[in-house]
Design a protein. Structure first.
Length: 100
């Protein structure tokens, strides 16, 4: 009978070790796997960063569209045209003094 008892104990121990190993593996995969908790946090942080960049780019686009509209044929802002000519082309009036 000791032979059967040892066999039952060995089978139960093997079953317990296998169940523990599978449980450990699935727990590890749930926390650090490709679809785990840590990856979800990384994706959320990246999404927030991309939303902030999107908002910044929208603001920049609105500014560029405003400047483009102000320099269009339908609506010409002479002050902006003068400012752009000075910055881009280096123009200045004859009565101005440039200090560098």
């Amino acid at each position: 009978m000791t032979h059967k008892t040892a066999r039952r104990t060995l089978g139960g121990l093997t079953y317990f070790i296998l169940a523990f190993a599978l449980g450990g593996y699935f727990t590890f995969a749930a926390v650090q796997g490709d679809y785990g908790v840590f990856r979800r946090v990384e994706i959320a942080a990246e999404a927030d960063q991309l939303r902030a960049e999107r908002d910044r780019l929208r603001t920049e686009l609105a500014e560029v569209q405003n400047l483009t509209h102000r320099l269009s044929d339908a609506y010409l802002d002479l002050d902006l045209l003068d400012q752009q000519a000075r910055e881009v082309l280096g123009y200045m009036r004859a009565d101005e003094i440039v200090i560098r």
